[in-house]
Write a protein that binds this ligand. Structure first.
Ligand SMILES: [Zn+2]
Length: 78
């Protein structure tokens, strides 16, 4: 079994709704955490910082990548 691909993306790289494309180059699935499409992807982990979401880990079911959406600064460098 191959190792799971892991990506990190900052909220500054998403559109105004917090949606982003799966970072795996051959996938590009549109992921919108506010409109969870359970067929396509799954939120596997949510990390809170007080009342705010610090990060959201999303498992893409199309390509199997896991993307950690960093919701609070500092954001990761692309
Ligand atoms: Zn994907």
């Amino acid at each position: 079994m191959s190792e799971k691909r892991m990506y990190k993306i900052g909220l500054d790289k998403t559109d105004s709704n917090g949606a982003f494309s799966c970072p795996y180059p051959y996938c590009g699935l549109k992921i919108d955490p506010n409109n969870e499409d359970k067929e396509a992807y799954e939120v596997v982990d949510v990390k809170m910082s007080g009342e705010e979401i610090e990060s959201l880990t999303v498992d893409c079911k199309k390509c199997g990548s896991e993307t950690k959406l960093i919701c609070l600064p500092p954001y990761p460098q692309a």
